[in-house]
Design a protein around this ligand. Structure first.
Ligand code: MG
Length: 204
């Protein structure tokens, strides 16, 4: 399986990082070793002094597909969860300055925490009106609504599938709203999709 992550998909997050609004979806991959499941703790790696959370809607791919037209995209995912795209922000800054690949700041072990998947049928409003929230130590740090995505879910699936064959069991992180920030040992992150807690992550 593979984990595909969309970057720079919410205007206000792009502004907080001082980036440019992209004309096409920007994406990168994480290997299967990045997956962190079952609310297991995240251990801050010793190579970063500025480890950030990014809370994102995650799609589960349920069918093999290539060159998928946007109108058929809903056939290719069957469930949502929330995930943390853990990012070594200090290393990412260096990679951006030097024009280097992002793997060491984005794709390291346990950098893709995901919660419990909920069938998309349980959300009759569809993928483009989903509200989510992340609390750190009980305080709201991020609030997002997929209505604010620059590239919506169906467009993302269509675009990514031009380059990569999507397979059953792949995951797509769809980008983070504003409010990203750092974690320290002892923090407790909890993410809510439409008010339901579906991902918890103690930081160690
Ligand atoms: Mg992200």
């Amino acid at each position: 399986m593979k984990i595909i992550c969309i970057g720079q998909n919410y205007r206000e997050h792009i502004m907080e990082l001082g980036s440019k609004v992209p004309e096409k979806p920007v994406f990168f991959c994480k290997p299967d070793t990045a997956l962190l499941i079952r609310n297991r703790p995240f251990y801050i790696p010793d190579f970063s002094q500025e480890l950030h959370y990014e809370t994102e809607l995650v799609l589960r791919i349920c069918k093999v597909g290539k060159n998928i037209a946007p109108k058929f995209a809903p056939d290719y995912y069957d469930a949502y969860t929330l995930g943390f795209d853990f990012t070594a922000r200090d290393i990412q800054r260096h990679c951006r300055q030097e024009g280097l690949p992002w793997e060491i700041c984005k794709a390291f072990d346990n950098s893709a925490a995901i919660g419990q998947f909920i069938p998309k049928a349980e959300f009759p409003q569809g993928p483009d009106q989903l509200h989510f929230e992340m609390k750190k130590n009980g305080e709201t740090c991020q609030k997002g609504n997929t209505a604010d995505m620059i590239f919506k879910v169906d467009e993302i699936i269509s675009y990514v599938s031009k380059f990569f064959t999507l397979r059953t069991g792949d995951y797509i992180f769809t980008g983070t709203p504003p409010g990203v920030g750092s974690v320290k040992i002892g923090d407790k992150l909890e993410a809510f999709l439409e008010g339901t807690s579906i991902l918890r992550c103690p930081i160690k």
